[in-house]
Design a protein around this ligand. Structure first.
Ligand code: ZN
Length: 112
């Protein structure tokens, strides 16, 4: 069980399931910017999808900015501009760490 848990939290970059090339942080950012269902591998051009368990992990992290951002806005009683900046900042931090938790799949797996 502890080994399993260790594997769950280990940071790894996404690996293309078609050509087995590890995507760099920049590759991943570029692929994510397309905001399509699939992501094109920059190395072999095949479409890759986020695997189901990594999707669950990343959506868990998606909730985190709300928990982190809202208290900051409340505590400092920020203006609309401040609120927007906090959301942008947290969003950027979120986008930056996603590549370390993303796993790829050749197939489009349904989330639920
Ligand atoms: Zn590839």
């Amino acid at each position: 069980m502890s080994a399993n848990f260790g594997r769950m939290i280990v940071m790894a970059r996404p690996v293309c399931q078609n050509c087995h090339t590890e995507w760099s942080w920049k590759d991943t950012q570029k692929s994510m910017m397309q905001f399509k269902r699939g992501m094109i591998c920059p190395h072999c051009g095949e479409t890759q999808y986020q695997s189901r368990d990594s999707m669950m992990k990343t959506s868990m992290f998606g909730i985190l900015p709300l928990f982190l951002g809202l208290p900051i806005v409340n505590i400092f009683n920020l203006s609309w501009l401040g609120t927007t900046l906090v959301i942008l900042g947290v969003g950027f931090a979120y986008m930056s760490i996603i590549p370390f938790f993303m796993k790829l799949s050749n197939k489009d797996e349904l989330l639920w």
